[in-house]
Design a protein. Sequence first.
Length: 528
Amino acid sequence: MSGRTVLRGGSVVTPSGPVRADVAIVGATIAEVGDVSALPDDVVVDATGRLILPGFIDAHSHADGLLRDADVTTALLRQGVTTIIGGQDGISYAPGDGAYASEYFAAINGPHPAYRGGGVAALLASVDGASPLNAGYLVPAGTVRFEVCGRRSGPASADERAQMADLVAQGMSEGALGLSTGLDYVPGIFQDADEIAALCVPVAAAGGVYVSHMRGGYENNTAAGITEMAEISRLAAADAGAPLPVHVSHLHADADIVLTQVDTLAAEGVDATFDAYPYIRGCTLLGMPLLPPEVSALTVDEAVARLTDAAGREALRAMCVQRASNSPSLGPDWPDMITLAHIAASEHDWAHGLTLREASARAGADPMDFALDLLAASRMESSAVMAVHNPRPATELARIFAHPGHLGGSDGIFIGKHPHPRAAGSFARYLREFVRELGTWSWADAVAHLSARPAQRFGLGRRGVIEAGAVADVLLVDPETVADGATYENPRELATGIDDVFVAGVRVLAGGEPTGAAPGRGLRRGGD
């Protein structure tokens, strides 16, 4: 055997903990783990003092259209992320031509550099050999509805449901991992449980998973969202004659609520997992918590016209103030809860990183008027980091992360001059805070939550483990120095302590620097 890469002198993290072992990689596969004998043609990487872990799988990412962006992929690799799961929150590029996602989700996903149509198969193919990372994809139910029903509200007809289900079935046949919904976004906010269940029938039949950004927020509405997910799972399973596993996106609420509700799903016979990131604040479209859904559902030109209409502006402003003030997640002090992350209007660059109250005061404007002016100037392409009223200590997050149903997810959004630090920091933060500092995770726990269980949940084949025959997505981690660099003040700082990363056996990060290799693939359900 020759042409091997041997990681020598490190410790492999097994389910029982770190064990001194070498790892030999041949081609895209781990060939041997243990005391690996030297061969003349070996390429040896010194792993002394470092841990050897399987690549991390980000269960909730918005880097769908950014996997060719070197800054984005470097930020991910420096955290140890080798695979992302895209198509989240019910909105992404395929099926269709990608135009709706590029417009409505411009501040979250951005435009795609290559995809212009062709469905899930074409979108996954656009990753093959074009990125250092892998990507799996969920069929986004909102995009599916847009393709069939357009922007209108109200229930879909039986014929429209059938057309949507056909699009989902096609996506599953082309390798999608499941279906996602975003029930606070447009048009997901118009989809009821029966409609979603109909779309989940082909998902259950294909052995996929239903993933949801639940309806109506999380903090005070988790039980209602979980109840709806359980109903969707039961309805779809009954019609498909196969179980429908579910996965809750970015599940953040009081630890007792989270743990009780996830266990409730299990008690009802629903196979459930969830992701939760290691931060307190959230991030979303600026318009989502402020604008009525009927305004968000308009085309950009129509929405801008509505925002700038002098005759109707005061009524719209009053409606938005009431919506924000009555929101359980914002409340009367809403201008202080919103920090501007992305504004696609250069004349407002100065406002990035400021709260709405701070920015509007500098502009000498009313906070809501200023927010509506930003949305108009940016043609709706604005996002915000959202504070919370009751920040949870890391010890409470640790209780959530200890649940066996938890998977690592960042909900990372890279678009913007002042994005949420979770995009560049989440996975290194898991390791620094919860393994090294708090000790609430062991290194084996970190592998389970960040690698092994996500690979199992999304059907990614032999990933998430360091053993012979597994795909060689591999990290070398310095357990003493691994740390997140990104903060709310400096959200783009790179993580440290993960300097060497392999994807499918190819070294994509060496000494902390990208190699330029692009072995990443669009991962098809059941492949590898």
